[in-house]
Design a protein. Structure first.
Lengths: 294, 433
């Protein structure tokens, strides 16, 4: 009877587990298998297991290019997350100001970038904002009598341009999360603090931030991962085939794509994928551990 | 009761999820199955074989493409009309990223196509993957007899013909007759002088625009100087002295040609902000819609300082046969190829879509002969170089465009960028193995 009771939850969750196995576990395992083979253009159907040599090749790619890409990825993640969380915090505070009229309309408008497909947003920004001939920014510069600027042709301006676009696309999610968390804070705490003479900064530093921290942490972690493995913004703005912008900006994902995925060498690119997968798993374990310690 | 019910529901859900994993009888999953004489295919092949006195079954040949749907529509209509008595029909299906699609479905008889219609430069990739069949497996040599030799050569890989050319393209010098002042120059130096005098980058008006950092569009300079993106043996040529000279020479033109992105240069020309564009026949429909009075000149008529004409790549569009289809629809495919190589398809494409046909007889048509664009493409093709069709070419676009963008957009030194990109190209080629 006891055994049966133990078995029933497993049986009931079996369909979901099968689904997870098919959608998530199988592709990872299959990628792992392919990474041990010589599957490439010249061995498309007659590939065979060749051991760990793809891993050895992938690790030799950890050269200066990879290290520079890693540094760019870390800078990209840190800058984006710091600005994103801070900006979202202040915007959400603004949206929760007492007496704010048509707050719902502001919130709906702020959601707009998040609701748009990222591919379309990125191409719109590339042509509509950054383009030297038709972009809004250059139109403004020319109307002020200044020279046109190619924002995407050099690394630093391209990095900043990509970051602005990422913030535009990602802020709504963070604003929504913080806005939701703000609703859960007991208003009487602010009233008590005010009676004690606390100002704007003191109230938010001692009440809002600690209360928000636990609630928004999952969203921050999720966004950090998304930002860390960001590919489409940098690729579509600066590296799209047939429309290279001139910047040589690389994150580890674009670097891996350029070095392994354009060659039709599935064995090698699978090995690179598994290595990146391992790095992200380790990063995830470390983050979870940090949260538990908190 | 609830428990039993929940168990039944769970079981049904699990079974339902796995239903899609079942296989169909006629799916050829592996190369061996498709390439070998598997039973199902043999049965189908026998069924498709004409037996005198018996009524033939209708056969539909499925073709995937990644091109202009209007052009494919014309081919489809002409072929279906010609083969209606034999109950053979073709149907085109557009697939974006055709190379990737064929990597997945090129060997899948149930879900993949029988033929593909694409540019010739991907040929080596499909052959090395083992999905493309030699044309001789379905049709005789005579099918090529009426075709321009350059187009036939473009479809040859390792001395075997895997590709049946239908039409071809080259870049052209296209100008707006209302905006261009005087005669179109005969040399690139005269062209540059004209550009200097008629370009105002601040105001956004240009004499000539070009995708100056795209390898295909800079190939006329590279080939004209005797350089190469990659040679026939798969050796990249980005750091050759001639390539470096060509890239350096192109740089001064690029400075007067806006950003160089496809959408930007096309819009500038169509909106009358650029008097000329270096582009291909695919731009014509947009230009006509913009109401531009279009003039055309062959790029080979512009002489470089070394006396050579500009020598663009020629891109041949045509059809390839997938291995699994040879067993299943050999006779029908042979008929389709014969019609596609014929004069009717050539004329339909030339008259309806301004395509330069691979069929030589089509040029005898007075209307085709009078088409300025088609004649300019044909003239350019005499000196143009077919794009390399070796698999290594697929990884060369990135490094070649990296070189051009670094020089034209980031101001990097040509020699330094050429050495770096040559190394990138060698690494990319090594990574293919």
């Amino acid at each position: 009877m006891k055994k049966r009771k133990k078995l029933i939850p497993w049986l009931q969750s079996m369909p979901a587990m099968i689904l997870i196995a098919i959608i998530i576990v199988f592709p990872v395992l299959y990628t792992g298998y392919i990474s041990l083979t010589n599957m490439n253009l010249y061995h498309w159907f007659d590939f065979k297991v060749i051991g760990l040599s793809n891993y050895a090749r992938a690790l030799t790619k950890v050269d200066s290019g990879f290290l520079s890409a890693l540094l760019t990825t870390i800078l990209w993640t840190v800058f984006n997350m710091v600005i994103q969380v801070s900006a979202a915090f202040f915007i959400a505070l603004g949206l929760n100001t007492e007496g704010l009229k048509i707050g719902r309309i502001y919130k709906t408008l702020l959601m707009f970038p998040w609701a748009m497909p990222s591919y379309i947003s990125i191409l719109l920004w590339r042509v509509g904002i950054f383009n030297t001939e038709f972009g809004l920014v250059n139109k403004v510069l020319v109307s002020m009598g200044l020279e046109k600027v190619n924002f995407l042709s050099r690394n630093v301006p391209a990095f900043l341009s990509c970051m602005v676009l990422n913030l535009w696309m990602a802020l709504p999610f963070m604003i929504m999360t913080i806005d939701g968390a703000l609703q859960s804070i007991d208003k009487s705490s602010y009233e008590s603090a005010q009676m004690e003479g606390a100002g704007f900064w003191a109230k938010h530093f001692h009440i809002t931030v600690p209360a928000l921290r636990v609630v928004i942490m999952p969203a921050v972690i999720m966004t950090t991962f998304t930002t860390f493995k960001q590919f489409d913004i940098i690729y579509l703005l600066t590296m799209q085939k047939g429309a290279l912008s001139g910047a040589s900006l690389q994150t580890i994902i674009t670097y891996a794509h350029q070095n392994a995925f354009v060659s039709n060498n599935y064995g090698l690119s699978s090995a690179v994928s598994i290595i990146i997968f391992g790095i992200i798993i380790l990063f995830s374990l470390w983050t979870n551990r940090s949260i538990k310690e908190d | 009761m609830k428990r039993i019910l929940s168990m039944i529901v769970c079981g049904c859900l699990a079974a339902g999820m796995l239903t899609g994993c079942g296989s169909r009888n006629n799916v050829a999953d592996t190369a061996q199955e498709a390439g070998g004489a598997e039973e199902e295919n043999t049965v189908e092949a026998v069924e498709n074989t004409e037996v005198p006195g018996e009524e033939t079954e209708p056969v539909e040949v499925k073709i995937w493409h990644d091109g202009d749907e209007a052009i494919m529509g014309k081919i489809e209509a002409t072929v279906n009309e010609a083969l209606k008595d034999q109950q053979i029909s073709i149907s085109f299906e557009k697939k974006s990223g055709l190379t990737d699609q064929l990597q997945l479905y090129g060997n899948d008889a149930a879900n993949g196509p029988d033929l593909y219609f694409y540019a010739h430069d991907t040929l080596g990739t499909f052959v090395e993957m083992g999905i493309a069949a030699p044309i001789s497996d379905v049709a005789g040599e005579d099918v090529f007899s009426g075709l321009l030799p350059m187009t036939v050569e473009a479809g040859t890989y390792k001395d075997v013909q895997y590709f049946m050319p239908v039409y071809f393209e080259t870049l052209l010098f296209m100008y707006n007759k209302a905006l261009w002042e005087g005669e179109v120059p005969e040399t690139t130096e005269e062209l540059y002088a004209y550009m200097e005098a008629h370009t105002d980058t601040g105001a956004g008006t240009y004499a000539v625009v070009n995708q100056h950092s795209t390898a295909y569009n800079v190939a006329p300079f590279i080939n004209g100087f005797g350089g190469a993106v990659i040679d026939k043996n798969g050796q990249p040529g980005l750091n050759l002295a001639q390539t470096i000279e060509a890239v350096e020479y192109n740089k001064k033109f690029a400075a007067l040609q806006a950003d160089g992105d496809y959408n930007t240069v096309t819009t500038l020309f169509n909106e009358g902000k650029a008097a000329a564009i270096i582009g291909g026949p695919w731009l014509v429909s947009g230009i006509k819609e913009a109401g531009i009075d279009l003039g055309i000149k062959s790029l080979s008529d512009f002489k470089l300082p070394n006396g050579n004409g500009l020598a663009p790549f020629s891109g041949v569009q045509g059809v390839g046969v997938l291995k699994h289809a040879v067993d299943e629809k050999k006779d029908a495919i042979a008929q389709v190829l014969k019609v596609m190589a014929g004069r009717e398809v050539g004329e339909a494409l030339a008259l309806g879509s301004n395509c330069a046909p691979a069929n030589m007889e089509a040029y005898a048509n007075p209307e085709v002969e009078a088409n300025e664009m088609i004649i300019a493409i044909k003239e350019t093709a005499e000196t143009a170089q077919p794009m390399p069709n070796i698999p290594e070419m697929s990884v060369m676009w990135g490094p070649a465009e990296g070189l051009l963008a670094a020089v034209n957009k980031s101001g990097e030194d040509v020699k330094t960028a050429a050495e770096r990109c040559q190394q990138d190209a060698l690494t990319a080629i090594a990574d293919m193995q």
